[in-house]
Design a protein around this ligand. Structure first.
Ligand code: G16
Length: 549
């Protein structure tokens, strides 16, 4: 009991008008979060819109360890105390992955959780910070909740905070301040136990003992401690199987995004003569994943399709799949697997929250996105280490290389050639004008020919949630060509500097067709059509994308 050292204060504040959560919570440069009361306003807004108010609620807080994480956690603890929260579970050291937070909310039946992370965005004093609220189902707050938080943030006049010393968060234990029970919890054990229930650890252990080699790159972000516990301690992989496993406040100066550009060290290794059999990486907060074989990159769209096709090999899915889902810009490879399995495949807007409602309603078991996110019904977030274990589980059953598994998949289902071209940090005005012009052209595109490709349909994707009927409009411009080729244009909802234009390219090649072209070659005509049609260079000033995945 530390009551005498803390005193509840009501602090008068003025609202900011830029606290609208994006695709995944509020993300801003650190310097924005360091403005007076910026974090406090947003945290109080979350508390104020909790159904019935914050008093008596049970919450968890964790973060990805980036710069500002430790300071922000202290603020949230003190505000939770002042707002009468009954129980606050705090990740030891402040570090807990996003899927682990989701699991803790569900396992202990909490009222929600606060995640401090800007996911795959860079960290450090000049990097980004972020905060996100997850609801009792363990998933990101749905649109109506984020809108309520935003509305509240624009009118906020005061917040409550318990004034007193910082709490010690680096050792497990329980304390109580002004009636709030604060538990410092092990952020790894519960999660690792869950993984052991879902996958065949014995088979993976045997695979690793047989000489099969792997490298998991945590990119100095949150998954390091999880990887050590799971891959080294529980599965017996040698120490050199994990790299960059110590979380650092600036991620070692890197960009904690597991893709071909930002996980370059791992990619170079996997394409070298010393490549291990399997390589994988995760992002800042541990929800994304990238899968590589020796000299081979698995697109996230293929990855989710392959996991679904082989799902029965994992104990979690022995009884089959209820259904599957993918975000709209993700390739249609998953649709073909769903058809073969005789289950539904849902197409949702970008953003994990849209899967949450389908998972809660028991309509789907596995879902995934082109943006290196794959997940299932065990939590309500995408899950990086889960995806890596799922791949290892399948490889342990199949005993073949990553490349052979993917190629066999293409030979059975055909190949959806797929790539995403990102134009990062472009002028937001130019990017908006590009999108507006495309939108204005939609009506006249069907029937037109671009680069010899005939357009069959064009629209701006809108979605009606099949469970609660909620609508999401203008979720990306789709240009669909005959024979199922597509170009999708979308502006990112997670960038913090300028705008990021994403162009998604896809073309289907049947099993008997040419399956093994280099991806960009296989998409060459579509790539040139996508730039021509949208006048990308004219509106962005860029002749080439900043990142190609
Ligand atoms: C977030 C969401 C993902 C979504 C991604 C899209 O990922 O959780 O569901 O696919 O944003 O990002 P953008 O709008 O930039 O295309 P994360 O990993 O940043 O939380």
């Amino acid at each position: 009991m530390l009551d005498s050292t803390y005193e509840v204060k009501e602090v008068t504040t003025t609202p900011y008008d830029d606290q609208k959560p994006g695709t995944s919570g509020l993300r801003k440069p650190v310097e924005v979060f360091e403005r007076p009361n910026y974090l406090e306003n947003f945290v109080q807004s979350i508390f104020d819109v909790l159904p019935g108010g914050p008093r008596g609620k049970r919450l968890v807080i964790g973060g990805d360890g980036r710069y500002l994480n430790r300071r922000a956690i202290q603020t949230v603890i003190k505000m939770a105390v002042a707002n009468g929260v009954e129980l606050l579970k705090v990740a030891c050291g402040g570090i807990m992955s996003t899927p682990a937070v989701s699991h803790i909310i569900r396992k202990y039946g909490l009222d929600g959780g606060i995640i401090l992370s800007a996911s795959h965005n860079p960290g450090g004093p000049k990097g980004d910070f972020g905060i996100k609220f997850n609801t009792p189902n363990g998933g990101p707050a749905p649109q109506k909740v984020t809108e309520a938080i935003y509305d509240r943030s624009r009118n906020i006049q005061r917040y409550l905070i318990a004034d007193g010393p910082d709490l010690e968060i680096d050792h497990l234990g329980t304390t109580e301040i002004l009636g709030t029970k604060i538990e410092i919890i092990d952020s790894v054990r519960d999660y690792a136990d869950l993984m052991e229930e879902l996958f065949d650890f014995e088979a993976i252990r045997a695979l690793l003992a047989s000489g099969f080699t792997m490298v998991f790159d945590a990119l100095h972000a949150v998954t390091g401690p999880y990887a050590r516990e799971i891959f080294i301690k529980r599965l017996g992989a040698p120490e050199e199987s994990i790299r960059n496993a110590i979380p650092l406040e600036d991620f070692g100066g890197g960009h904690p995004d597991p893709n071909l550009k930002y996980a370059k060290g791992l990619v170079d290794l996997m394409f070298s003569d010393d490549a291990p059999d399997f390589g994988a990486a995760s992002d800042g907060d541990g929800d994304r994943n990238m899968i590589l074989g020796r000299g081979f990159f698995v697109t996230p769209s293929d990855s989710v399709a392959i996991l679904a096709a082989h799902a029965g090999k994992a104990p979690a899915f022995r009884t089959g799949l209820k259904g599957v889902a993918r975000s709209m810009p993700t390739s249609c490879a998953l649709d073909r697997v769903a058809e073969a399995l005789g289950v539904a495949c849902y197409e949702t807007p970008t953003g994990w929250k849209f899967f949450g409602s389908l998972l809660d309603a028991g309509k789907i078991s596995i879902c995934g996105e082109e943006s290196f996110g794959t997940g299932a019904d065990h939590v309500r977030e995408k899950d990086g280490i889960w995806a890596v274990l799922f791949w290892l589980n399948i490889l342990a059953a199949e005993r073949c290389s990553v490349a052979d598994l993917v190629k066999a998949h293409w030979k059975r289902f055909g190949r959806n050639y797929y790539s995403r071209h990102d134009y990062e940090e472009v002028d937001p005005e130019g990017a908006s004008r590009l999108m507006e012009r495309l939108e204005a052209m939609l009506g006249e595109l069907p029937g037109a020919e671009i680069e010899g490709l005939a357009v069959s349909a064009a629209d701006n994707f809108s979605y009606v949630d099949p469970v609660d009927g909620s609508r999401a409009e203008r979720q990306g411009i789709r240009i669909i060509f005959h024979e199922g080729a597509r170009i999708v244009y979308r502006l990112s909802g997670t960038g913090t500097r300028g705008a990021t234009l994403r162009i998604y390219l896809e073309r289907y090649e049947p099993p008997e067709g040419e399956l093994f072209l280099e991806t960009q070659k296989g998409l060459a005509r579509l790539i040139s059509a996508s730039r021509q049609l949208a006048k990308v260079e004219e509106f962005t000033g860029r002749s080439e994308p900043s990142v190609i995945t």
